[in-house]
Design a protein around this ligand. Structure first.
Ligand code: RIB
Ligand code: CA
Length: 303
């Protein structure tokens, strides 16, 4: 079986947790590291939640702490969607002895080390603001040739959730998104036009309730609070875009990011009518097979 070496850079965050679960459920992924970035909640909480998920799953991978704030803009947490702890309010139900060890190295140092030491290109799934990735590519451009692709949950086509035009991850750190989209690295983008279709129904939640394991029990609890606010289960799409590309429809497009503060802050402009006559810099995902998505989520928690 083809194995995909994978770094997950995330801001857990309930849907980030689902992304880690989906990656863990797929034997084709070799998870090398889970790196935190501030976004849904502050860096200490996203780091804690990354350590907790890795500990509960018994993952043998590095956990590393990343950027505590965006490159330029201010952090605007999404606690109304993910809970004050970023884990739907349930992280305190687990004692700290469940937490995976935290690396002494920063997320950027860990990512550089993994990429430079790998004997094959490594995938990066980025499901939070792109601050860590932008810093990695800026400080260590030598890693670019070592990256198979960066599969991003972020942006969208004429759609937004932070503003009517801008998605949360790009809105939070538009300068980072601009750096990544102008880096020349192979990119894949699952924006809101796809991820808002990535939903679960009561049928899936009822199936999950029947599994009766630690992971399924906590997942049902955190999903029940999450679905009330933000039905799209966004982040697992960035994982599945790597392993299950046939679950999606996509086109290679030229994408540019608006870094101006205000209503278009972080807007991803997808040049669908080739106005700018530029070569494509991103594989933009347009549609997802909902049933296949739902099956993948249910499978991921039937541990
Ligand atoms: O806009 C949705 C994205 O922002 C998801 O990655 C969610 O976890 C938040 O980070
Ligand atoms: Ca996220």
């Amino acid at each position: 079986m083809k194995k995909y070496p994978l770094i997950i850079d995330c801001d857990p965050g309930i849907d980030d947790v689902l992304a880690v679960l989906v990656a863990h459920s797929k034997p084709e992924f070799d998870i090398k590291a889970i790196c935190s970035v501030s976004g849904n909640v502050g860096i200490d909480l996203t780091t804690h939640n990354a350590r907790l998920m890795a500990g509960l799953l018994g993952l043998d991978c590095i956990i590393a702490k990343g950027a505590e704030k965006p490159l330029i803009k201010n952090v605007l947490p999404a606690t109304e969607v993910h809970g004050l702890d970023g884990f739907g309010g349930y992280s305190s139900t687990f004692s700290d002895d469940k937490l995976s060890k935290l690396s002494d190295l920063s997320a950027i140092e860990v990512q550089r080390k993994i990429l430079m030491e790998s004997n094959e290109p490594v995938y990066i799934a980025a499901t939070g603001p792109l601050t860590n990735i932008a810093l990695l590519l800026s400080v260590h451009p030598e890693v670019k040739s070592k990256i198979a692709a960066i599969s991003i949950m972020g942006g969208g086509i004429n759609i937004g959730n932070a503003t009517p035009f801008s998605e949360f991850n790009y809105f939070t750190d538009p300068e980072a998104a601009y750096i990544v989209f102008n880096s020349g690295v192979k990119l894949m983008m699952c924006g809101l036009n796809v991820t808002l279709k990535a939903t679960l129904t009561d049928m899936e939640l009822n199936k999950m309730r029947e599994f009766h394991n630690t992971i399924s029990d906590i997942t049902v609890k955190i999903l029940s609070s999450y679905a009330a606010n933000d039905a799209g289960i966004h982040d697992p799409c960035a994982i599945l875009a790597i392993s299950d590309t046939d679950m999606f429809e996509y086109k290679d497009q030229y994408v540019q990011i608006d870094t101006r503060a205000g209503i278009t802050q972080g807007m991803s402009y997808v040049d669908e009518i080739h106005n700018l006559d530029k070569k494509p810099n991103c594989r933009v995902f347009y549609d997802i097979d909902r049933e296949s998505f739902r099956k993948a989520i249910v499978k991921a928690i039937n541990i």
